[in-house]
Design a protein around this ligand. Structure first.
Ligand code: HEC
Ligand code: HEC
Ligand code: HEC
Ligand code: HEC
Ligand code: HEC
Ligand code: HEC
Length: 342
């Protein structure tokens, strides 16, 4: 073979060896398992599911929420309808990590390396499954958001972990009071709670559970009022239930103040949020939420301001009243005191 052909062959072999070496050296480790160059990489990554750990795994560390949830309606295992913790809070484990820098067999886990979010906008989250829709099967409970919740978060009224629990609805099991016994005791109350112009608000036709709860609140100091504290501090719980049963059985009388102009002006402002608990007609939707129909203008305004300023402490009402000015309170009072009892 001529000498120059041998030299050429040697050069070609050296070049091939160099090129192969360079390819080995410069290609990153993940090039074939991960990168953009492989046709099925996207499908591969997509099929790598987040790692759900199951609701049982949360129990050891979040006992309170787990107990509420287990006994609640969102854990109806016998019907095959279970809304698991991770449906609302996201997966407890991340996708497997295959990158060049973290070659771990599994991804990051809660709680050590992964924070789980608390859903902030339940008006969005809960309506995914509960907003009324034409095609949604009737077995799935549905609500019309505007009339059911207004602009409020679902968690204002529902416990997210046991959503049949409505805020404050704890006294449903109290034994009923005896109205006749209550009537006898109410003689001392009549001076302030009888006539429309009396010092205290009208109690006639008010919700029974609410009346009992309000009296307990004066007794416990949650409502700071020296007169009422003196009136009720010696009442037993049975006395309280009897009084509540008596007043709830009376018929409500409208406080009608005749100021229709003020009422009309404030109507739009209130309808958004107050009506979902107190009703547009002033009749509340739930036994522990008071009717506002029949209450006088002054009393309504003072009560709203009192929740705002802390004299009365109640989670729902303090939140509702916190943004109101004195003028708002007066408008709201004008509206509700004008409503007629039915
Ligand atoms: C080994 C104990 C442990 C387990 C198991 C566990 N968590 Fe946690 N979780 C924690 C700790 C500790 C925190 C607080 C630290 C943080 O915010 O990351 C926390 C925080 C949270 C938070 C945020 C609470 C807040 O106030 O910010 C949520 C939501 C949560 N966990 C849900 C879950 C769910 C759902 C599961 C089951 C899939 C679960 N956790 C399993 C220990 C645990
Ligand atoms: C239907 C959705 C939903 C489900 C299912 C759910 N949660 Fe929650 N969780 C929430 C919401 C909403 C909040 C925020 C509560 C609030 O704002 O008062 C929350 C709050 C929490 C918090 C923060 C502390 C607190 O109570 O505010 C923890 C911890 C938690 N959930 C754990 C769990 C665990 C564990 C499970 C399962 C046993 C679970 N959650 C199931 C919606 C849900
Ligand atoms: C993934 C879907 C889903 C999400 C999200 C969800 N729910 Fe539910 N919810 C259900 C199912 C399914 C049931 C019915 C269980 C049954 O029929 O026993 C239910 C039942 C209820 C009920 C009881 C209805 C009745 O029968 O009286 C209430 C109230 C409720 N959910 C409120 C909420 C609230 C509030 C949230 C948000 C914190 C929420 N749900 C989020 C699926 C969901
Ligand atoms: C102002 C308080 C309040 C708010 C806010 C609220 N709910 Fe309710 N919800 C109730 C009450 C009270 C009931 C019991 C039935 C009734 O009186 O309407 C109820 C019942 C339900 C039911 C069962 C309905 C049925 O037909 O049995 C579902 C589902 C529900 N709510 C979902 C939601 C969702 C989702 C949100 C957030 C968009 C929400 N709720 C916000 C007070 C509220
Ligand atoms: C000396 C006058 C006076 C007497 C007597 C009196 N109250 Fe009152 N009561 C008031 C006043 C004033 C308020 C409003 C306090 C406030 O703004 O919180 C009130 C408020 C109440 C409320 C809250 C009403 C609501 O709508 O929230 C109840 C319930 C009540 N009283 C029950 C009674 C009972 C029962 C008796 C008899 C044992 C009684 N009161 C005797 C003056 C009186
Ligand atoms: C989430 C339900 C809810 C919403 C929304 C709500 N309230 Fe209330 N309201 C309550 C509850 C519960 C009480 C009783 C609190 C207590 O025991 O002190 C109450 C009490 C009151 C009282 C005192 C009634 C009495 O007899 O003493 C007035 C007045 C009142 N609310 C006005 C309003 C106004 C005005 C709005 C709108 C800005 C509003 N509420 C929105 C639940 C609600």
């Amino acid at each position: 073979m001529p000498k120059h052909i041998v030299r050429l062959l040697i050069l070609m072999v050296l070049f091939a060896a160099f090129a192969y070496g360079a390819k080995q050296y410069f290609t990153v480790g993940s090039y074939y398992s991960y990168g953009h160059y492989r046709g099925n990489a996207v499908a591969d990554i997509a099929s790598d599911k987040p790692k759900f750990k199951g609701s049982a795994s949360c129990a050891p560390c979040h006992a309170e929420q787990s107990t509420e949830w287990s006994s609640g309606v969102h854990n109806s295992a016998e019907l095959g309808k279970v809304v698991k913790c991770e449906v609302c809070h996201g997966a407890g484990g991340e996708r497997d990590v295959k990158g060049p820098f973290e070659p771990a067999p599994t991804g990051r886990d809660h709680p050590d390396h992964l924070k789980l979010a608390i859903p902030t906008d339940t008006a969005k989250l809960c309506t995914l499954c509960h907003e009324q829709m034409a095609g949604r099967p009737a077995q799935q409970k549905q609500i019309v958001v505007a009339t059911h919740a207004g602009t409020l978060q679902c968690t204002t009224c529902h416990d997210p972990h046991s959503p049949r629990t409505i805020a404050g609805a704890v006294l449903a099991t109290a034994p009923p009071g005896d109205p006749a016994a209550g009537k006898a005791m109410a003689a001392v109350c009549a001076g302030c709670h009888g006539a429309p112009a009396a010092a205290g608000p009208s109690l006639d036709g008010q919700r029974e559970a609410y009346l009992a709860d309000a009296i307990r609140a004066y007794k416990a100091g949650l409502r700071a009022n020296p007169i009422m504290l003196a009136m009720v501090q010696n009442l037993s719980d049975a006395n309280i239930r009897d009084l509540a049963a008596y007043y709830a059985g009376q018929s409500c009388r409208s406080a009608g103040n005749g100021e229709t102009a003020a009422a009309a002006a404030s109507e739009a402002a209130i309808t958004a949020n107050c009506v979902v608990c107190h009703g547009a007609d002033g009749v509340s939707r739930q036994p522990l939420w008071p009717n506002l129909a029949g209450l006088s203008r002054n009393y309504l305004a003072e009560a709203v301001k009192s929740y705002r300023d802390g004299g009365r402490k109640n989670k729902s009402m303090s939140a509702m009243a916190s943004g109101l000015t004195d003028i708002n309170a007066a408008d709201l009072a004008a509206y509700y005191s004008n409503i007629s009892c039915r």
